[in-house]
Design a protein. Structure first.
Length: 322
């Protein structure tokens, strides 16, 4: 409903990691270049980390899109609650390698032969593991074993491990030392600066069909950046709810008051969340361990909330959908 009011074709601030909306900052470009370079030059093992909601999965979806265009075989594992057997089964199925054996040695042999065939044909294969901060040590150890699949000169399987900063901490544990040593390249996603937040919002509106007419006034964008701390997922949530709220009031241009109202609704206006968000800005310098924790928790709650909104929206009768 609000789409028509604001001259949009699609919902601009969907919280799905849709690569069509990928906004490239200098950091995102660097991260994407690092990932593609690592894969093309068969480096074997690349790590992508970044705070909650800063665009890791969106970037990975872009990478997957690119790999599929290049006809590179890919397996994408995003369920980090798998045990080692389930992990291997999932990977084989996603690569499309038939495997009826339940014995791990047989599965690995099949994978090795399949990778060798591809290698001889001048092709590679890429395994991407998202949400890797939640993987068990056993599964991480299994991934390390997969990096041993190589010829005398080159890695047969390229692995991209993706996760929140806890993953870096996990990899520092002595028992995962061997895995860490195999990491050849590291890429990172970051929160957006104010300038980037402005451009990010503009780009999303444009892709969703806006003709460039002003929807968020500049002060509203400043407030969105302040409350979201430049975390794209929170920017999306705030913008989406500002659009709904302003539409209800039939306001064509969204001012800072609407942002304040929505942020209060999300408990971002006062209390720990907002403070943690503001003080944990890299520009703000020091961040206490506690505020970092608060920030991560708040973002997780927001993400869950967003999922609930999406689910609720699915259940709405059509005419009530916004
Ligand atoms: N660079 C970007 N361009 C466009 N949209 C982005 C970008 N980064 C993040 N987003 C948007 O922000 C939301 C969260 O992004 P995403 O799910 O990729 O984050 P994440 O880092 O994978 O989070 P998590 O740590 O929770 O897995 C999505 O709606 C996504 O579309
Ligand atoms: Mg993600």
């Amino acid at each position: 409903m609000y789409k028509e009011f604001y001259g949009l074709r699609a919902n601009p601030f969907n919280v799905n990691p849709d690569p069509r909306y990928l906004f490239l900052t200098r950091h995102t470009e660097e991260a994407l270049a690092c990932l593609t370079y690592g894969i093309q030059s068969r480096k074997g093992f690349v790590l992508l980390t970044g705070e909650v909601g800063t665009g890791k999965t969106t970037l990975i979806n872009k990478l997957l899109e690119w790999l599929r265009l290049q006809q590179v075989a890919t397996a994408f594992i995003f369920n980090s609650r798998l045990n080692t057997t389930q992990f291997l089964d999932y990977m084989m199925a996603d690569f499309g390698i038939p495997s009826d054996s339940k014995a791990k040695s047989q599965i690995l042999l099949r994978l090795y032969n399949w990778l060798l065939d591809r290698y001889r044909a001048g092709e590679t294969a890429v395994l991407i593991v998202d949400e890797a901060q939640n993987l068990t040590e056993e599964v991480l150890e299994e991934i390390r074993m997969l990096t041993n699949l190589e010829t005398f000169t080159e890695k047969l399987l390229q692995i991209v491990l993706v996760g929140q900063p806890e993953l870096e901490q996990k990899l520092k544990q002595p028992q995962l030392r061997q895995l860490r040593q195999r990491l050849t390249l590291r890429a990172k996603t970051h929160a957006l600066t104010l300038e980037e937040t402005k451009a990010y919002i503009q780009q999303r509106l444009r892709i969703a069909g806006s003709n460039g007419q002003q929807i968020f006034d500049p002060e509203a964008v400043v407030a969105i950046h302040r409350y979201s701390n430049g975390i794209p997922r929170v920017v999306n949530l705030l913008c989406e709810h500002c659009l709904v709220s302003a539409f209800v009031d039939q306001q064509k241009v969204i001012g800072p008051a609407v942002v304040e109202f929505v942020a209060r609704d999300f408990d971002l206006a006062d209390g720990n969340a907002a403070r943690a968000m503001m003080t944990s800005s890299p520009a703000a310098g020091q961040t206490t361990g506690q505020s970092k924790l608060d920030l991560a928790d708040t973002l997780r709650s927001l993400a869950n909330l967003a999922d609930r909104f999406r689910d609720d929206e699915k259940d709405l009768p059509k005419e009530r959908k916004l």
